[in-house]
Write a protein of this length. Structure first.
Length: 87
């Protein structure tokens, strides 16, 4: 999931959720916000594509998620800025 551009993640999450059988469970393992790899990438020039979205030395793109990001993507919670339009 992290290699997908952030603007395309909601559609990808919707497609994944739609492919589950009723009562199915999605297990997800991906990059976590502020882990060591993100901190290292943040210090390199020209590695940041957008907020929390980077390109590694081998060209692999990676987004660093929070738990809230995942909950929002899969419809369990809305981000504050989506709720009140302020942030």
């Amino acid at each position: 999931l992290s290699a997908i551009s952030p603007d395309k993640m909601p559609r990808a999450a919707k497609n994944v959720a739609a492919s589950l059988k009723p009562g199915g469970i999605l297990l997800l393992r991906d990059y976590g916000r502020y882990d060591e790899a993100q901190i290292k990438l943040a210090t390199c020039r020209n590695k940041c594509l957008s907020d929390n979205f980077y390109v590694k030395h081998d060209g692999t793109r990676c987004y660093y998620f929070t738990t809230e990001d995942i909950e929002c993507l899969f419809g369990r919670k809305r981000k504050k800025k989506e709720v009140d339009g302020v942030l």
